[in-house]
Design a protein around this ligand. Structure first.
Ligand code: HGY
Ligand code: MN
Ligand code: MN
Length: 412
């Protein structure tokens, strides 16, 4: 394939311009799914794609598809993309990089006047982070068939606003039924969000697959009572029971370590008053492991910890599993395409499994998928200080371009 190049400065400039939307005090990003700021980011992406000559559509989950025509309009497109929604105190690269690297691929193909056989598509997946609406990766989850559109539209945020209503409110409730299109292959470029590539001095991570994940919502109900007059022996203290369960979550992860991990990321205390014994606490649990049998073990031990708390008959405990995603192995030909692309660019690389969930993970259950990782500073992500170098981001984009062309252009 002739000398292929991407414009790293243009990619960096686009990332920085997108990063100005919802920029936080410490230079991170806050564009929660389907908020006005997410809309602003989506609108900017759509404008950029239309300026690059793409036809842009979106489905009834708000997943966006920007299409660059190929010689054969009837051939399944070769796609890429990621997400534009962020964590509340997220960074400028998680998700956004995969979307704008895809746009850079299209801009570069235009510059080089390269016509592909298959169409090329760049996609944006709704509510990948799951920070506002649970579960995460719901746009790709509906597309892949794990969740129904009705279920997804009915999920609500902490203020009771539903995903379906918010999609309509920001103008991204498309007519196309989510899942009514397919791709010949899908590639996602992403920062690693872990320390391995940087520690080993590798430029490219050739992602081989991802770990399994379980998400749970827990509600602990006791009884509000006076902090000064209620003896410890008769309290029905939801906070202390929740605290015991949180420590059980940590103990389970340690027992299934070092690969097992578990997090209590959200916790809401009611009535949240300094001098009232809390009558209700709700919290979330995120458990992960690359081995499904281990993940099942962690799940069983979490249920056992809940049962043990119930047996104390101090509080009642309800637990709902809101997501359960199997570990996955990516398509060998796509993984090879990424590795070959890194080789042909002369970039150092290593195979790596993803600790984070990605839209590519859901899609890998229904079509050939590959992922490209680039290093991020100190492996930090889901943090305003998230950082990556323009050089590494450009390198990952070049590998994305080559991997996609290996599937979109029939050898001459
Ligand atoms: O939770 C995850 O792994 C992803 O960042 N949404
Ligand atoms: Mn992400
Ligand atoms: Mn993320």
């Amino acid at each position: 394939m002739r000398n292929l190049r991407v414009d790293g400065d243009r990619l960096w400039a686009s990332l920085m311009e997108m990063g100005e939307i919802g920029e936080t005090e410490k230079g991170g990003s806050c564009r929660l799914a389907l908020t006005d700021l997410d809309k602003e980011g989506r609108d900017l992406f759509v404008r950029w794609c239309e300026e690059a000559g793409c036809t842009v559509t979106w489905d009834d989950m708000g997943n966006i598809f920007a299409r660059r025509p190929g010689r054969d309009p009837n051939r399944a497109p070769i796609a890429c993309g990621s997400h534009l929604d962020t964590q509340p105190k997220g960074g400028k690269f998680d998700g956004v990089y995969g979307v704008l690297a895809g746009l850079e691929v299209i801009r570069s193909l235009n510059d080089m006047e390269i016509e592909t056989d298959a169409p090329i598509e760049v996609s944006v997946w709704t509510n990948e982070e799951g920070a506002r609406f649970a579960p995460s990766m719901i746009g790709s989850g509906v597309f892949q068939g794990t969740y129904s559109t009705e279920y997804a539209h009915g999920t609500a945020d902490l203020d009771g606003l539903t995903l379906g209503d918010e999609l309509a409110r920001i103008g991204y409730l498309g007519k196309e039924k989510c899942g009514d299109r397919t791709f010949g292959a899908f590639f996602e470029a992403h920062i690693e969000q872990g320390p391995i590539l940087e520690a080993e001095g590798k430029t490219i991570g050739v992602v081989t697959g991802g770990q399994g994940l379980g998400w749970y919502d827990v509600t602990v109900t006791g009884q509000d009572s006076h902090a000064g007059t209620t003896p410890m022996t008769v309290r029905r203290d939801a906070m202390m029971a929740a605290a015991r369960l949180c420590l059980s979550v940590e103990a389970i992860a340690v027992k299934y370590g070092p690969q097992g991990v578990a997090t209590v990321g959200q916790l809401v205390v009611s009535p949240n008053s300094r001098n009232t014994v809390p009558g209700e606490v709700t919290f979330t649990v995120d458990m992960r492991h690359p081995d499904i049998e281990m993940l099942k073990g962690m799940d069983a031990e979490l249920h056992a910890a809940v049962d043990a708390e119930r047996l104390k008959e101090i509080v009642s405990v309800e637990m709902e599993r809101v997501a359960y995603e199997m570990p996955m192995i990516f398509d060998e030909a796509c993984v090879d395409a990424v590795r070959d692309a890194a080789e042909s660019c002369g970039y150092s690389h290593r195979d790596i499994a993803s600790g984070a969930g990605h839209d590519a993970c859901f899609l890998s259950h229904i079509l050939p998928v590959g992922m490209i990782f680039v290093p991020c500073a100190d492996g930090i992500s889901h943090n305003e200080t998230e950082a990556a170098t323009p050089e590494d981001l450009a390198a990952g984009c070049e590998v994305l371009l080559r991997a996609m062309l290996s599937r979109a252009v029939d050898e001459a």
